[in-house]
Write a protein that binds this ligand. Structure first.
Ligand SMILES: [Zn+2]
Length: 247
């Protein structure tokens, strides 16, 4: 999620939760659930992703400039090629929004805003961002998150555990973010990009958010908050130092 809002799945979390809720309350012939909530199959993930993608494409104007799209998709394909789930039909859409944001939907759909691409200073930074989103798909975060939401729903009537489980769910979202950061950096490096791209981007983005915060222009929350980006930066620096030691 990142670069800016409840990063992890700004759109994906609500979509997965509503999907899980639907499955939980009205299982039908297509979505058989047994007592143990299972993770999503690839086909289920792709089907859910298609629905989310349709929704997002109705909510935003897409940037249609062919050269701009080709340049971004070229980076996407390089990262997908070195990823662990390169058979997934990845797509990347550029949204006409000035906010600085990137996010993904299940099934390999990636979205970047024009604001993010304008803010990025190098191809390595863009590759760092895209690597993070490709990593969410490769690490099957949609499916894992779905599984956890199902677990949560199946225990929600037990009352006392609900709050604890919700906190656990939230902490897992943060873990997903950090895992997507490190795996994405690895993909960027394997694809021939500078592995510091994401770190450089996040540091400049954090400066911008703090600067804006200083003048009280607007409030930030969730994954876009400076503490969250800051903890990602610290985690990334540690990881990149281990990559450099291994050289
Ligand atoms: Zn993320």
């Amino acid at each position: 999620m990142p670069l800016t809002k409840k990063l992890l799945f700004l759109f994906m979390a609500p979509a997965v939760i509503s999907f899980a809720t639907q499955c939980y309350s009205m299982p039908d012939d297509n979505w058989q659930l047994d007592d143990t909530p299972a993770e999503m199959s690839d086909d289920e993930e792709i089907a859910l992703g298609r629905q989310v993608d349709e929704y997002i494409r109705h909510q935003f104007y897409l940037e249609t400039d062919p050269e701009f799209n080709a340049a971004v998709n070229n980076i996407v394909q390089k990262l997908v090629a070195v990823s662990d789930r390169n058979k997934l039909p990845f797509t990347c859409a550029i949204l006409q929004s000035l906010s600085i944001n990137a996010f993904s939907a299940p099934g390999g759909h990636i979205y970047l805003t024009c604001g993010l691409l304008q803010f990025a200073q190098t191809e390595d930074e863009v590759a760092g961002i895209i690597g993070h989103e490709v990593a969410h798909a490769s690490l099957q975060h949609a499916s894992k998150f779905y599984h956890e939401v199902m677990e949560f729903l199946s225990h929600k009537d037990e009352g006392i555990n609900s709050a604890t489980n919700l906190l656990l769910l939230n902490s897992h979202l943060e873990e997903f973010e950090q895992d997507a950061d490190t795996t994405g950096v690895l993909y960027a490096q394997k694809a021939g990009f500078n592995p510091n791209g994401l770190l450089n981007f996040l540091e400049r983005h954090l400066n911008l958010i703090r600067h804006k915060g200083l003048f009280g222009m607007f409030g930030m929350s969730g994954h876009n908050s400076s503490p969250t980006i800051n903890s990602r930066i610290i985690h990334l620096k540690e990881y990149i130092s281990t990559l450099e030691r291994e050289k």
